[in-house]
Design a protein around this ligand. Structure first.
Ligand code: GDP
Length: 342
């Protein structure tokens, strides 16, 4: 991007034509901290969303007019086989004629330079496919920043014609909740052998899952995988019914031997059909749009507040007073907030 930046119409034409280089550049704009890049990214996304047949169908998709893309969260403890699974599912979908985008949300990636999806050799076949687009996690100081960028990237890849968006996340808790708030269906990968404590999976994560898949059901692990399946089947039966009206499916697969992959895809399709029929799919996307709207307002307000010169002056004046116990935190906050009154 050191040369002249394409204009918004050039970006849009390139993205619509499915040009992966232009798509990658547009995502780089979304990820950039430079205000002029962000302004251009906003313009591109706004125009793409305004275009006929684009976002309205995402939000108001009905069974007769299904949303153009499905967004799938894929999570599980490190080593469970997420990359291997995404390669297997991605290749299966590509063979069905689908266009697959693989994104990641990994708030640790600014430290580790992309611990997930950073190494594309882990998805060798998929990354070589013309029908697949793989993008490592954006880096960022906060999960919120990473999440916002990924949310906008979803819109870009969908505008470029990717109909299946897989979003991988690390199995550590908060990032799953974030990915849950930007996807339609939540897939949790598990290891053979029972017990989520043993797998380092928090209870809340199991509750979020729409589909649970015990991976590595191959070789001498088949029996253990079936035991895990029975355990999780029982565990999901004990959970409160989901607002989606969907009963979680528990399946087994081997990403290495490509078994059970088609069954998982069928469960995803079934989930989509069932939630489109009962209205949950559309309602969920509406709620997500509202959530991200509020989040963006929140982030924008905070940024405007803390960059305001009068606020900054008062802050540096009052902070030592608060720390020394001479002014109460609440009184100080009120004084600083007053500097920002419109
Ligand atoms: P991630 O950290 O969750 O992305 O896991 P990876 O995809 O990197 O896989 C971790 C290890 O498990 C690698 O050595 C894979 O080859 C192996 N693995 C992944 N899926 C399977 C599977 O279905 N069967 C077996 N036997 N090994 C697998």
């Amino acid at each position: 991007m050191s040369r002249r930046l394409p204009t918004a119409p050039e970006f849009i034409a390139g993205i619509r034509a499915g040009n992966r280089v232009v798509l990658g550049q547009a995502i780089t704009l979304v990820e950039s901290a430079r205000p002029e890049h962000q302004a251009l990214a906003r313009e591109i996304i706004a125009q793409l969303l305004n275009a006929a047949g684009n976002d309205p169908s995402h939000v108001t998709g009905t069974i007769r007019n299904p949303p153009s893309a499905i967004r799938i969260a894929i999570t599980g403890a490190p080593g469970v086989g997420k990359s291997t699974f995404i390669e297997a599912l991605g290749m299966y979908l590509v063979e069905q004629g689908k266009k697959v985008a693989v994104l990641a949300v990994d708030p640790t990636s600014s430290v580790s330079k992309g611990s997930i999806l950073g190494d594309k050799t882990r998805m060798e076949r998929l990354s070589a496919s013309e029908q697949a687009f793989i993008r490592p996690s954006p880096s960022g100081e906060s999960l919120g920043g990473v999440a916002r960028k990924t949310r906008e990237t979803i819109l870009l890849v969908e505008a470029a014609g990717y109909d299946t968006v897989l979003i991988e996340t690390v199995g550590v808790g908060q990032s799953e909740i974030t990915v849950h708030s930007m996807t339609d269906v939540f897939l949790l990968l598990l290891l053979p052998g029972a017990g989520d404590e043993l797998q380092g999976i928090k209870r809340g994560i199991v509750e979020m899952a729409d589909i649970l898949a015990v991976n590595k059901a191959d070789g001498d692990r088949v029996k253990l995988a079936n035991q895990a399946r029975a355990y999780y089947l029982n565990a999901t039966h004990l959970l409160a019914p989901k607002t989606s009206g969907w009963t979680p499916r528990v399946l087994t697969c081997s990403s290495q031997e490509n078994t059970g992959i088609a069954e998982i895809w069928h469960a995803i399709v079934e989930y989509q059909q069932s939630t489109l029929e009962n209205g949950f799919f559309t309602e969920n996307r509406r709620r997500q749009a509202e959530y991200w709207f509020r989040e963006a307002l929140d982030a924008g307000l905070k940024a405007a507040f803390f960059s305001h010169p009068a606020v900054q002056a008062r802050l540096s004046e009052l902070e030592p007073e608060v720390l020394a116990g001479r002014v109460s935190p609440f009184a100080a906050a009120e004084i600083v907030l007053k500097e920002f009154e419109l």
